[in-house]
Design a protein. Structure first.
Length: 241
């Protein structure tokens, strides 16, 4: 397989992975929720449940939440060629900062599936509390507390590592350690996410806005790799000749 073919296949893999993760985010967390509709969690059990996550997925069917968890978790490995692709823009691949950035970005992909899939279990346990008799709530609340601990342990490190990895990548671009122009450091997923958030906040409350909020970071992934494909693919193709 030629280098050019590897690059093309990696672009395809990156875009497919990004689309699958956008779909996964929308299915599992893309809900418009009014806290006033769920006083059980926002009033009765204040201090016992996470007020945001306890109501986030109550509207989702088991099938929808399961699909959202699986479509993303099962396609996470498609991000590995995407990371390989991004790192190909580095000039010197025998430096400590290259290995550090590559390692952190690979680690972020490894942490992503569990951090995403745990949303399903959190959603289902809170749905169980909401739809069962109050007599069963003490046990279910205790179970939900355990699920939330797993959620924070799995999800927060995944997000932190992911952000660190792309910040390191941006720094390499800014310091001319890649073949990309300096301004390209401002279109990595972390920065695109920052640009999206204030724009999304301006939209009126709707299902569409909820979808965008749920999938913000993976939309950033999709935009980033599309921009690489459109603006900078030839830099790697030239290198392969």
């Amino acid at each position: 397989m030629t280098y050019s073919t590897k690059v093309k296949l990696s672009f395809i893999s990156a875009i497919i992975a990004s689309i699958c993760w956008v779909m996964g985010d929308i299915l599992i967390a893309g809900f418009t929720v009014d806290p006033n509709d769920y006083p059980l969690f926002t009033k009765d059990y204040v201090g016992k449940v996470d007020p945001e996550f306890s109501i986030l997925m109550l509207q989702g069917s088991t099938e929808r939440l399961m699909s959202g968890a699986l479509i993303a978790a099962m396609t996470a490995s498609l991000f590995l060629p995407a990371i390989w692709l991004a790192i190909q823009y580095c000039k010197d691949k025998n430096t400590w900062y290259f290995y550090l950035t590559y390692f952190v970005l690979i680690l972020s992909v490894m942490l992503m599936p569990l951090g995403h899939a745990v949303f399903f279990f959190v959603g289902e346990i809170y749905k169980s509390i909401y739809h069962t008799d109050v007599v069963a709530h003490p046990y279910l609340l205790k179970t939900a507390s355990g699920f939330m601990k797993i959620f924070y342990i799995a999800w927060k490190p995944a997000i932190i590592v992911l952000f660190i990895g792309w910040i390191l990548y941006s720094l390499m671009v800014f310091f001319k350690k890649t073949i990309l122009p300096r301004w390209a450091g401002l279109i990595t997923p972390v920065f695109i996410t920052l640009y999206q958030k204030p724009l999304i906040s301006l939209l009126p409350t709707s299902d569409f806005k909820s979808w965008l909020e749920a999938a913000t970071f993976n939309i950033s992934y999709l935009i980033f790799f599309i921009l690489l494909l459109i603006l900078f693919k030839n830099k790697l193709d030239i290198k392969s000749n």
